[in-house]
Design a protein around this ligand. Structure first.
Ligand code: F6R
Length: 240
């Protein structure tokens, strides 16, 4: 079930998303958070850091699981999701490093996927933060991904590589593959918040909510989840 919150712009979207995260962390300081990378949650992460630093909200007992990571980039690469998360969130909070989980690429990719699923096995994600791809992907579950997937390796769609090229020197530097939490795992989170801003997300947001449930739009699977908060700015929500 979707609870749709339409706001003016990115800043207001980040404020609303922060309220949702804060409620979960306050209610259970040992909560498990599922986290996303990309531009959409950066404002949310800035607010979490500000709140931690100014109000002392502690993340010492919080555990996190990230959605995905590029294949073929070392952790130290500035655009690896490991670097992104440390730069944009973890460096400003007090989450112990051992509580942080980010999928890892490696020589034996199958083993790395199994390892990530095993690391999640004894946890239930209390709140999963999601962005959405302009093609409707969640995590890096691209259109066509089965709804029953666990952690797996994906070939990134050309549209996704184009969307993410802004972070790299050129399009050929954008990785072609990624490791991602699967759709089945995402759906097991108790609560989900999805944030989207900008006109290029409007079609995907509309299809997620009002379109048929289809693997062509991976986010449409969220129609089956009992508790999804959708925070959209005016442009991303313009078709709703
Ligand atoms: C990131 C992720 C992706 C992004 C999506 C939107 O961990 O899983 O699904 O959320 O590609 O990216 P931005 O926010 O950069 O538009």
């Amino acid at each position: 079930m979707f609870k749709i919150i339409k706001v003016k712009d990115y800043e207001e979207m980040s404020d609303k998303a922060f309220d949702v995260v804060k409620e979960v962390v306050d209610a259970n300081p040992k909560c498990v958070l599922g986290l996303a990378t990309g531009s959409s949650p950066v404002g949310l992460y800035q607010r979490m850091i500000k709140d931690h630093q100014e109000n002392g909200t502690s993340y010492a007992d919080v555990t996190t699981f990230n959605l995905d990571e590029y294949c073929g980039l070392p952790k130290s690469h500035p655009e690896s999701y490991y670097s992104f998360m440390h730069r944009n969130l973890f460096s400003g909070l007090n989450i112990p490093e051992e509580n942080i989980h980010i999928p890892e690429d490696g020589e034996d990719k199958e083993a790395k996927c199994k390892e990530y699923d095993a690391s999640m096995e004894s946890y239930t994600v209390d709140l999963q933060v999601l962005g959405i791809g302009s093609n409707g992907h969640i995590g890096f579950n691209e259109p066509g991904t089965a709804f029953d997937t666990k952690t797996h390796i994906v070939t990134l769609k050309e549209s996704t590589r184009q969307d993410n090229a802004r972070f790299f020197d050129s399009i050929d530097k954008v990785p072609t593959h990624a490791i991602t939490m699967g759709i089945d795992t995402i759906m097991h989170a108790k609560k989900i918040i999805i944030v989207a801003s900008g006109a290029n997300k409007a079609d995907a947001i509309y299809a997620m909510i009002h379109g048929p449930k289809t693997t062509d739009v991976p986010a449409s699977v969220l129609q089956d989840h009992p508790d999804v908060v959708v925070v959209v700015d005016a442009e991303a929500g313009k078709l709703l």
